[in-house]
Design a protein around this ligand. Structure first.
Ligand code: NAD
Ligand code: FES
Length: 290
């Protein structure tokens, strides 16, 4: 009988970006070599663990590393957050999904990112900057601490606007408040890329539609198998059913049914809460250092 080869993926860097969000560089040379902006990976911490889909935040083909950024929202992401540099995870499958296409003739591109969606926007803007487009960004979060990846974004953008819910950085308000001003005053924006909470992407797309500016979004639904078999990640785009794991995660934002996507995201909230409560009970109220 053939022996199963276990491949493990080492965590080579870990950073705490804010109280809820952590960054890790994972040694995964094959993924790093073929990754493209917008694509995602599915990881499992241990062999029988839950599959966690995460949009790639950066990749370095020379070092052979892939950067992931995650918010500790449920049992699995909390467990991932307890791992440290030098630890291993069992599975790291990718790169998965599609990548972006910029409309012909576009020159000026605007990225709109919210909260933990900002790192997922970063590789797209980085590549466009390298390709010579004029790139600007509007980044928002609950407060200054939650507007992550600022240094990285400023390095690849010609201009960055900020918005925070409490006014601790940039304009007080949502990213859409800044977007309104930008679109009103700047008639040269040819293309918008937005990544963040579904409600934010919905409102960004509503606004860009009024200005007739092509807009893409990166959808982040629940995923189970990640192979197009289970249907967990289905959304509606232009009246058709699409599987985000196979057809996405990038879609034409003016065609996505965001209300349905939000309903589906909330469908399993009860089970997720129960699973997290059980985990925290087992691990003593959420504190579980290694
Ligand atoms: P959050 O709720 O703190 O919101 C971040 C920012 O989004 C706000 O500061 C605001 O500027 C904007 N925003 C929020 N609600 C808005 C509204 N109603 N109208 C206009 N703008 C609004 O975000 P968070 O807690 O960091 O959550 C991040 C979300 O991003 C999660 O829901 C996650 O699923 C999603 N996400 C998506 C991807 C992806 O690839 N699509 C990747 C990572 C995370
Ligand atoms: Fe199962 Fe996409 S995650 S079909």
């Amino acid at each position: 009988m053939r022996k199963r080869v276990l491949r493990m993926y080492r965590i080579v860097r870990k950073e705490v970006l804010n109280p809820a969000v952590k960054l890790m560089d994972i040694e995964a040379p094959r993924v790093a070599k073929s990754a493209k902006p917008g694509q995602f990976v599915i990881l499992r911490i241990y062999e029988k663990g839950e599959r966690i889909p995460l949009t790639i935040a950066d990749y370095d083909p020379e070092k052979g590393t892939v950067t992931i950024v995650f918010q500790e929202v449920g049992k699995s992401t909390k467990l991932l957050g307890t791992l440290n540099e030098g630890d291993y995870i069992a599975d790291f499958v990718g790169p998965l999904g599609n990548t972006m296409e910029v409309p012909k003739g576009a020159k000026k591109i605007l990225g709109v990112g919210g909260g933990v969606g900002i790192p997922a926007l970063y590789p797209k803007l980085k590549m466009l900057h390298q390709e010579g487009y004029r790139v600007e960004a509007i980044l928002g979060g609950r407060n200054e601490e939650y507007v992550i990846f600022r240094k990285e974004m400023e390095a690849v953008c010609d201009k960055v606007y900020y918005a925070t819910d409490d006014g601790t950085l940039g304009k007080k308000g949502f990213v859409t408040d800044v977007l309104k001003d930008v679109l009103e005053n700047d008639k040269e924006v040819d293309f918008v890329i937005t990544v963040g909470p579904v409600i934010m992407m919905k409102n960004v797309c509503k606004m860009t539609k009024e200005y007739n500016i092509p807009t893409i979004v990166s959808m982040n639904p629940l995923m189970v198998d990640g192979t197009g078999m289970c249907g967990a990640c289905r959304i509606e785009v232009g009246g058709e059913t699409k599987f985000v794991c196979m057809d996405g995660p990038i879609f034409d934002g003016h065609l996505v049914n965001f209300d349905l996507a939000m309903t589906r995201l909330n469908m399993f909230k009860k089970q997720e809460k129960l699973s997290l409560e059980l985990y925290e009970k087992e691990h003593g109220g959420g504190h579980h250092g290694r």
